[in-house]
Write a protein that binds this ligand. Structure first.
Ligand code: IPM
Ligand code: MN
Length: 348
């Protein structure tokens, strides 16, 4: 433990978000790390109450924290009271862009019984560019001659800092392997920039073996031989899709964490489960908090609490790896959210 206190903004959000974040905070406390938390009410419910998605004042306040821990934001599926894309663009993506969270780090560990059982790999997803940049627009909207364009923005700087991060990560991992995933045969301009950048950066990292896969092929390999991966580096949209697939083959999204990092540390980084608000199971105490707990451990690691993070990871790996989560505790028909949090906290 560093003995430092860390100022963390907590955004529980909607649906199961607050429930899983509460367990994550419980586990951090059990690991002996002191956080000064400030809760922010943001998300679909907040928007419906106030008409506000993320005000400039709140954004400025958030810049002052050491980290942000987020549960999930979004309205129930099929709910039309929040315009589509409003929260995504106005809150989550805005935070990623404004705070320059240019790496979306998504580690995966295949759980017992999962297709990818025993797999251990990390996806480094570029997080501020590509199709998410918002480039494009309409011409003649609503007419017979309507045109919609949606570009993919790939800057040399943005691609290179992402690729460098991925190589540096591969260098620190035992397997020293990196796979670029793209679609260079069709996206010839963006693909060319990504490929050239990987080749150039590879020259500075001779200890890392690298290869390339088209994204469609990678979807097959993730299912057929998930244990062949170490570090995958890819663009924003491919990374979004691939990490949903990766979560599914590794045992489900209740287990998948993510770190939206500003490695330059010009502001706070944001940590959140890959999963959404899952309103269908909210309030029942049955959501799996493991993704949120692992996100909190990514946060601690990034804050320099590497020992506490490693202990949490080990406790999670022990519980998940033992296969116990598929066997409910005696007297219950399934694990509750808090029972999982407690079982992990107890192991610390
Ligand atoms: C994710 C989510 C977001 C994304 C949405 C909610 C904007 O799916 O974090 O993967 O597409 O990045
Ligand atoms: Mn996604």
């Amino acid at each position: 433990m560093t003995g430092r206190r860390h100022a963390v903004a907590v955004i529980g959000g909607d649906g199961i978000g607050p429930e899983v974040v509460a367990e994550a905070l419980k586990v951090v406390e059990a690991a002996g790390v002191a956080l000064d938390t400030t809760t922010y009410e943001l998300g679909a419910a907040h928007y419906l109450r106030t008409g506000e998605v993320l005000s400039d004042e709140v954004l400025e306040e958030l810049r002052g924290f050491d980290a942000i821990l987020l549960g999930a934001v979004g309205p129930p599926v099929g709910d039309t009271s929040v315009p589509p894309g409003l929260l995504e663009r106005g809150l989550l993506l805005k935070l990623r862009f404004e705070l320059d969270l240019y790496i979306n780090l998504r580690p995966f560990a295949g759980a017992p019984g999962a297709i990818a059982e025993g797999a251990e790999f990390v996806v480094v997803r570029e997080n501020t560019e590509g199709a998410y940049a918002g480039e494009g627009g309409f011409l003649r909207r609503g007419t017979q001659h309507e045109i919609a364009t949606q570009g993919s923005v790939n800057t040399r700087m943005g691609v290179e800092r992402c690729v460098r991060f991925a190589f540096e990560l591969a260098e620190r991992r035992p397997a020293h392997r990196l796979t670029l995933v793209h679609k260079t045969n069709v996206l010839t301009f963006a693909g060319d920039l990504w490929r050239r950048t990987v080749e150039e950066v590879a020259a500075d990292h001779s200890g890392v073996a690298h290869d390339y896969q088209h994204v469609d092929a990678a979807c097959i390999y993730l299912v057929e031989r998930p244990r062949s991966y170490d570090v995958i580096v890819t663009d924003n949209l491919f990374g979004d899709i691939l990490t949903d697939l990766a979560g599914a083959v590794c045992g489900g999204h209740g287990l998948s964490p993510s770190a939206n990092l500003n490695p330059a540390r010009t502001g706070p980084s944001l940590f959140e489960p890959v999963h959404g608000a899952a309103h269908d199971i909210a309030g029942q105490g049955v959501a799996n908090p493991v993704a949120a707990i692992r996100s909190a451990s990514l946060m601690l690691d990034f804050l320099g609490e590497t020992d506490a993070a490693a202990r949490i990871d080990k406790a999670v790996a022990d519980l998940v790896g033992s296969g116990q989560l598929s066997r409910p505790p005696t007297g219950a028909d399934r694990w509750s959210t808090s029972a999982i949090g407690e079982a992990i906290a107890e192991r610390l």
